[in-house]
Design a protein around this ligand. Sequence first.
Ligand code: ZN
Length: 654
Amino acid sequence: MASSLPVSAFAASPGQTASSSTGVKNRAPLAPNAFYSLPLGAVRPTGWLRSQLEIQAQGLGGHLDETWPDVGPNSGWLGGSGESWERGPYFLDGLTPLAYLLDDARLKAKAQKYIDWTLNNQQPSGMFGPHSNDDWWPRMVMLKALTQYQEATGDPRVIPAMQHYFDYQLTALPTRGLSDWGKFRWQDEVLSVIWLYNRTGNPRLLDLVHLLHTQGHDWLAQYANFQYKDRITGEKIRSEEESGHKDFGLSTHGVNNGQAIKTGAVWSLVSGSESDRRGVSQMIAELDKYHGLPNGMFSCDEHLAGPNPSQGSELCTVVEYMFSLEQSLGILGDPVLGDRLEKLAFNALPGTLTDDMWAHQYNQEPNQVECSLHRKPWTTDGPESNLFGLEPNFGCCTANFHQGWPKFTASLFMLSQDDGVVAAAYAPCEMRTMVRDTPVHIVEETNYPFHGTVSITVNPASPLAFPLLLRIPAWAKGTTLTVNRQQQPAPESGTFARIERKWRAGDRVEIDFHFEPRVSQGFHDSVAVERGPLVFSYGIGEDWLKLRDRGMTADWQVYPTTQWNYALSLDAASPSHGIVTVEDEMHDRPFSAKGAPVKLHVKGRKVSSWQAEDGVVNPVPQSPVTSDQSEETVTLIPYAAAKLRITAFPQLKT
Ligand SMILES: [Zn+2]
């Protein structure tokens, strides 16, 4: 029987108060993180990133509850009789950081209603949430929302409520164990339990961590001997489950795998095991090898679907993969995880939402020539899955996508184990924190990922020595660094450059990333073009046809108005050689086709035999290909700006 120890017995140590403006480090016996996240609100968006969060707030992000009953006034998470499972918590997990990052009173008031209902209606047992549903899984999501809310507000109700719930789980899980989604997503709850342990030191929380691990799916074993190398069809799932492999569908489910990517990092904090730490890169490598797509995602429509760029990826998986990368980057300090995080944030995330963020797809495809009700090649999803709309196919993404931009923003800066400031990913922002008991304000000015210069001004309240760690992406060869215009040693790509000095207010670091176009190879030896963290696509002419109104928004089909079947002509020895870059000024919506601040021109020819059937582009033909068509200049725009696009091209024989 779990007895709840008074929280005061585990009062935070100095510098670890709940609403502290600095990171909270791991308590023994947990292994240390490489980097610690800052409390929600320490990093604030500026520049284009602020505009992007404002677009989200003015779109579905700030209005979903007004037009979608599943998170509206009758939500079970407001005490109503409506949806009482994951949708309320999903929405809160994004609404809460959006509200506090924008310091938006309207959005804070919206989030507060769900938070207050949850905290004020906890049962005497410790269970919380809608009485009509006792699934562990949606509560794992609400815990993520509660921890963010506590960091932003210091609300004293959160920590005792979480402890009470975790004590309840310790008594209840032995007889009503994890199952279904909760069994496959246990590692996300471990993050919340560790969050609380670091603040209270209650040793029973470590018992709960072990119990969750024992009852949860063994993701590390699944990937140590990875079996799911082929496209997983509905028939395959049925036959496997009928022959006794009852978790086959959940093991190969895209969102589950996206969430699972963090497992090795999270569990290594408890196990201290080096092989667990390697689990993250091992999982990413297997997914890339067998299901990898040129937008940085793996295919999941909604089960693992192979490397054909006509397959789709679910939006929930995009934002969950991002969250896994943010957490894993913090724990492991591996810069490559930041490279992938940026690739998803700047391509796959905005690429599957309309520019105004009032509509989204369930599935996006790198080679997407039509979004329509025509038959699609999905493994298990329905015919609406690549429409842009309110809830195409199923409403999980409608509720869950809101966490993408806010959590990315909150993760731009972290603190290192040795009290350094870490630029983990790049976008315009400012950050305020305490470093070695001194207030430090940092201003990052940049148009990254569109333009390659980043300026970071460091303003400690008084002169202060500490290391500044700058992520130098693996693709960033030839990056130059200056401090107060003084050239620094050339940083090595794929590392964190470390600048140690006594910082004085106004000290200015300039990073110049030389954005050379790059070419990557994929399915059937196709080629995709990248520059910095952006992936580029040929933007097909788009005709948006409204299918139906959906309250404050609508569902749309998108039909092509131009041909798209290009093969590219690239110099095999130096593939980026023939690519011409044109940079333009930034506009209000940098991820829209109208405002694209950078374009690439490359030579290509149409390949007549490469066609689409029923709105689905046939697999990109095996390269090299030949063409008797005339040579043209093909203009490529950022992936996200092209809602109809070709991203993986055949390569012309030279
Ligand atoms: Zn979804």
